[in-house]
Design a protein around this ligand. Structure first.
Ligand SMILES: NC(=O)c1ccc[n+]([C@@H]2O[C@H](COP(=O)([O-])OP(=O)(O)OC[C@H]3O[C@@H](n4cnc5c(N)ncnc54)[C@H](OP(=O)(O)O)[C@@H]3O)[C@@H](O)[C@H]2O)c1
Length: 272
């Protein structure tokens, strides 16, 4: 349910080491980012917690202005391990609550069970330790299954989304069901810099291809979470908020006739 709005852009942190994650978190929030994405699997929750703590102690930013999201790792999705490992995550993050807790992948082989896993997530919402339940890498079919057993709304689905994976059908489904789409790998892990359509558009506006991709995603209401290490990249991405693409340029990206899914891990991937 989109009963709560989310910021238009967030910071991704996969592959940032804890000290880099701390630095990027601080720089990003000082710049205006209000949404930070991490996961148990990234092994940097402590660094992000350190960064958020420093921000809360040294600036006027308040906790309730921030959206901090983490994800339960695929091996931890049985009920008992959800509770056990979430307790560790929230300790590392040094928070009383997280805004979004995701099922990282619908990994049935490793213990994802829509009834049991989501019952554990729901309990964490009841405890006040989680504000919203999120899923990641879910298809509409898996979301429908989840909705049937979960007594709380599914707030967001985080999926791969960029100009080479436009997710038209999934976007329509999520819109109809009032579920946010958080776009991961929104720069196609660097591939946006070699898409000719994006090269042309970037040249026209004298901006980076990163900004073009992010602006296109924001234009249709999805929320990109680009990962960036350097201040220059974090800033370049944030400035996508100032870029409005002409309708014809949006259409040019909508009509790209190639598709590339970058993340498709065997065993844990769903039937897309
Ligand atoms: N739920 C899931 O299963 C899942 C899967 C994948 C990712 N995610 C989330 O989504 C986030 C983003 O996805 P991603 O990390 O796969 O890839 P991405 O954000 O598409 O791309 C990151 C790459 O682009 C570079 N970059 C960033 N901003 C740039 C700029 N303005 N100009 C030039 N290069 C730039 C980064 O370099 P530097 O680091 O050197 O700046 C990095 O190499 C992740 O960090 C994670 O939080 C979630």
């Amino acid at each position: 349910m989109k009963e709560q709005k989310l910021p238009k852009i967030g910071l991704g942190t996969w592959q940032l080491k804890p000290d880099e994650a701390k630095k990027s978190t601080i720089e990003a929030i000082k710049m205006g980012y209000r949404f930070i994405d991490t996961a148990q699997a990234y092994k940097n929750e402590q660094g992000i917690g350190d960064g958020v703590k420093e921000i809360l102690e040294t600036t006027n930013t308040k906790r309730n202005q921030l959206i901090i999201a983490t994800k339960i790792f695929v091996f931890n999705l049985c009920k008992r391990r959800v509770f056990k490992t979430f307790a560790k995550s929230i300790k590392k993050l040094q928070l009383d609550y997280v805004d979004i807790l995701y099922v990282h992948w619908p990994a049935f082989w490793f213990g994802y069970n829509h009834k049991k896993t989501l019952a554990a997530f729901s309990k964490l919402v009841d405890n006040g330790q989680v504000k919203h339940i999120g899923v990641s890498n879910f298809t509409p079919k898996l979301i429908e299954e989840a909705k049937q057993v979960c007594d709380k709304p599914i707030f967001v689905n985080q999926v791969e989304h960029h100009p080479l994976l436009r997710q038209k059908k999934l976007r329509e489904y999520l819109n109809k069901n009032n579920i946010h789409l958080v776009a991961y790998s929104p720069l196609a892990r660097g591939k946006v810099f070699s898409i000719p359509e994006l090269n042309d558009i970037a040249k026209k506006y004298a901006v980076s291809e990163a900004q073009v991709s992010l602006s296109w995603i924001i234009d249709h209401g999805a929320i990109p979470i680009p990962k960036a290490t350097s201040v220059a990249h974090i800033k370049d991405n944030y400035e996508a908020l100032n870029l409005t693409l002409d309708k014809q340029d949006i259409e040019k990206i909508n009509n790209i006739n190639r598709e590339k899914r970058l993340l498709n891990p065997p065993i844990i991937k769903p039937k897309w």
